[in-house]
Design a protein around this ligand. Structure first.
Ligand SMILES: Nc1nc2c(ncn2[C@@H]2O[C@H](COP(=O)(O)OP(=O)(O)OP(=O)(O)O)[C@@H](O)[C@H]2O)c(=O)[nH]1
Length: 394
């Protein structure tokens, strides 16, 4: 698509660190130094800071070689088409990506090359796990997974020792090649073996979540949505707001989407079915693609998604899909019966109130982040003054 370049430039950013970096002693010291502010954006705390995981949660993508880690990252966050991933080269460096395109989906993903001996004594895995919010372990379901399971066990047990608060998420990946029966069979086998291994080690308390995923359908977006939602502390507030909004507006279902990644960061409490989710993703694609092609004015500052972005699609089953901009990066996508959509004025008024409430949630979050940063800077300056003398904050 001609628009892709512009789209990625506007939203995407990737940092790649040569793996050699860690083999250079001086640099390694910098990296392992407990106070290193490594590659973080301005305004974001260093990741070894005790607060950083709350401010900018880190997601680690791990798994054996060729299990599909880079493909997942590229498809979900860079709009790469699944077929293009066939030409991805094996990753031989750690890639860190800041997904800070939305205040709510503000986190880092670390893609670890499969061939790294992660438990090499020179590799400071403790520091890596300390600030991690979720560890996604990718298992290639089309391959023999015995080795992957032992690697999963090793990774999970080490990570848990360092940081028991990590969410462990297992992606049983590449399921597009499997029949439905086969998928269920694989999932229960992997589930059983992984949990048996943990029970044998006396670690039943470690909870693993399993997802069947493929980059060739929406399952990878849905799985990522669930992983990200667990890292959003405001999730109950958002769900509550959505519940109030839909019940007062005659809406069947509503999703709050991060437009760039098509991750839904919250929905109302009614169950989500895959088809509905897929329709939302398709609608976002249509809106962004049409805007990119026909909506951009040509000046550099234009983005395909702004305050004016909205769309209405009438489906042939008397349902209307309604998309509206909520914040710079979030969109609300609703499913409404045609007869309820006749009261569009009421829906729009309620939407206005909903949007204001979301903005307030954002404001509180920003304030909390600012305060944490300030607090951490004060602590840091106290620690760094030599001979026990202390700096006093102004
Ligand atoms: N059928 C299928 N193939 C996939 C899927 N995801 C990734 N692949 C393919 O798997 C191969 C390996 O993918 P990569 O993303 O390079 O794997 P990786 O885990 O990053 O590999 P390393 O960089 O070596 O660690 C590529 O040819 C992808 O096209 C999927 O969901 N289904």
């Amino acid at each position: 698509m001609t628009s892709k370049g512009t789209y990625n430039e506007v939203y995407g950013k990737i940092d790649a660190l040569p793996f050699d970096y860690y083999e250079d002693d001086d640099d390694f010291d910098t990296f392992t130094d407990g106070d290193a502010d490594f590659g973080c954006d301005e305004g974001v705390l260093g990741f070894s800071d005790p607060f950083s995981s709350e401010v900018k949660p880190r997601i680690l993508l791990m798994g054996l070689r060729r299990s599909g880690k880079s493909s997942i990252q590229k498809v979900v966050f860079h709009k790469m088409s699944p077929n293009e991933t066939l030409f991805l080269e094996s990753t031989n460096k750690i890639c860190r990506e800041d997904v800070s395109n939305s205040s709510f989906v503000s986190f880092q993903i670390w893609d670890f090359p499969g061939q790294i001996d992660f438990f090499d004594p020179t590799f400071d895995y403790e520091m890596i796990f300390r600030g991690t919010g979720a560890l996604i372990f990718v298992i290639d379901s089309q391959d023999d997974y015995v080795e992957a399971l032992s690697r999963l066990h090793l990774t999970v047990t080490r990570a848990y020792k360092v940081n028991p608060d990590i969410n462990f998420e297992v992606f049983i990946h590449k399921v597009d090649g499997l029949s439905d029966d086969h998928k269920i069979e694989k999932q229960s086998d992997i589930h059983k073996r992984a949990n048996d291994d943990l029970a044998d080690a006396g670690l039943e308390r470690i909870h693993l979540s399993f997802y069947l995923t493929s980059i060739y359908d929406h399952s990878i977006f849905e799985a990522f949505s669930k992983v990200v939602q667990k890292l959003i502390p405001q999730l109950p507030t958002l769900e509550n707001l959505l519940n109030i909004f839909i019940s007062n507006s005659g809406i069947e279902k509503a999703f709050l989407f991060d437009v760039v990644s098509k991750i839904y960061i919250a929905t109302d409490s009614s169950p989500v079915d895959m088809q509905t989710y897929e329709l939302c993703c398709d609608m976002i694609d249509v809106v962004i693609d049409i805007s990119c092609i026909y909506g951009l004015t040509g000046d550099e500052t234009g983005t395909p998604y702004d305050k004016e972005s909205m769309a209405i699609i009438h489906l042939n089953n008397t349902t209307v899909m309604y998309l509206k901009e909520v914040t710079k990066f979030l969109a609300l996508v609703c499913f409404i019966r045609e007869e309820s959509f006749e009261r569009k004025g009421l829906i729009d008024y309620n939407f206005h109130c909903f949007k204001k409430a979301i903005e307030e949630v954002f404001d509180v979050r920003l304030q909390v982040q600012r305060n944490r940063k300030l607090l951490s800077q004060r602590r840091w300056s106290r620690q760094t003054v030599p001979n026990g003398s202390q700096l006093h904050p102004h």
